[in-house]
Write a protein that binds this ligand. Structure first.
Ligand code: ATP
Ligand code: MG
Length: 344
């Protein structure tokens, strides 16, 4: 049962807004940190090409989608120059030889090939920066969803800030690690975007439903349609909702917590950012799942599929607590607020 909340005061909304904006300022990497990532990538590629001829590396994930933290991992995708797809490629063998090559790199430690996962990867630790990372092969859809997320981030500064707040929230509550049975950062980002699309008036459009001309273009990658409207300079011409929503980030954050605790029905509805019209768990045949989050491109992929009942309820409880905590002014702050970096 949700407890009733006192009315929001303007003063409190102002503070909430500042807290949200501070989150972004505290955790977003600066220009130098962004350049360091590009530099590491270049260095790896040069190094690898001596041992794996034709190796090409690209960064994706939060190093590129606009929601990166100073300490976010390096997500790297490797392809081979003369090969367009992974077809006919012995992924396991390539991963093993990649691991062998990386072991010779002087600033890498803890090289660990993982060949049992859905997407085989090599994990590593970069000693000079203290960053962790992994290299996957032909992770093409991930490159496209990175671009999609980056486009949403570029539409409105509030998108970026809210996604940071959500990620900090997930980390602080320890509900943001898919490898330990909860949800990935990516899943939480999709939840934020979905909320912003469903808000009235919406903060962002559904880019995958927008197109110029008569017919919606279809661009197939690994059998899935990856088309989305990317001409953001002209968004105002094609999206009637452009700049209609004027809420503050603080209002939206509280709105998000209310949405996922009071309005959204996890049993009935799928978190789905590729269309505006609600999608039911029934239609997807995902009714047995506790929390359904559809990947925007790989429509067979439910990001909540791995959640146990216990974990799903733990996550929901974190949202319910947050609604209570962010929904009313606190009387006393704890005497010593823990150093925020201790959480990471
Ligand atoms: P963080 O800052 O926490 O590293 P991130 O956005 O990089 O955030 P990761 O979990 O490192 O998140 O994932 C990197 C990328 O891999 C995502 O941006 C997404 O493209 C892809 N990805 C991650 N998890 C999934 C998943 N469960 N299904 C499909 N793609 C995923
Ligand atoms: Mg990452």
């Amino acid at each position: 049962e949700l407890e009733p909340l006192p009315l929001m005061t303007l003063d409190f909304l102002q503070i909430l807004n500042e807290v949200c904006e501070q989150c972004y300022c505290d955790f977003a990497p600066d220009d130098v940190e962004v350049k360091v990532r590009e530099h590491i990538l270049q260095d790896f590629e040069t190094f690898l090409r001596c041992q794996v001829p034709g190796a090409k590396l690209v960064l994706f994930g939060s190093s590129k989608n606009g929601f990166g933290f100073k300490q976010s991992d390096l997500d790297i995708c490797m392809t081979l120059e003369d090969q367009d797809t992974a077809e006919g490629l012995d992924s396991m063998a390539v991963i093993e030889s990649l691991a062998k090559a990386l072991r010779k790199h002087h600033s890498l430690r803890n090289i660990l090939p993982i060949t049992t996962a859905k997407v085989p990867i090599v994990k590593f630790y970069h000693t000079k920066t203290g960053l962790e990372g992994d290299i996957s092969l032909y992770n093409t859809l991930a490159l496209h969803n990175t671009q999609l997320l980056a486009s949403y981030a570029a539409i409105d500064a509030r998108v970026k800030i809210l996604c940071y707040v959500m990620k900090v929230f997930a980390k602080v509550c320890d509900i943001g690690d898919a490898s330990r049975g909860s949800l990935s950062s990516y899943a939480y980002t999709l939840m934020v975007l979905y909320f912003l699309q469903q808000r009235s008036p919406p903060v962002i459009p559904v880019l995958q439903e927008m197109y110029v001309g008569e017919k919606k273009p279809v661009v197939l990658v690994d059998g899935w349609d990856v088309h989305f409207f990317s001409d953001l300079k002209n968004l105002h011409k094609y999206w009637p909702g452009y700049k209609k929503n004027k809420e503050s980030v603080g209002q939206l954050w509280f709105g998000l917590l209310q949405f996922y605790t009071e309005t959204f029905d996890f049993k009935e509805t799928v978190v789905c950012i590729r269309r505006k019209e609600p999608l039911t768990t029934f239609k997807k045949q995902w009714t047995s799942k506790h929390l359904a989050i559809e990947d925007p491109f790989d429509l067979s992929h439910n990001l909540g599929a791995g959640l146990s009942r216990r974990m799903a309820s733990f996550i929901l409880k974190a949202f319910i607590n947050a609604r209570r905590v962010f929904g009313a002014p606190v009387r006393d702050f704890p005497p010593e607020y823990p150093n925020k970096m201790e959480y990471f």
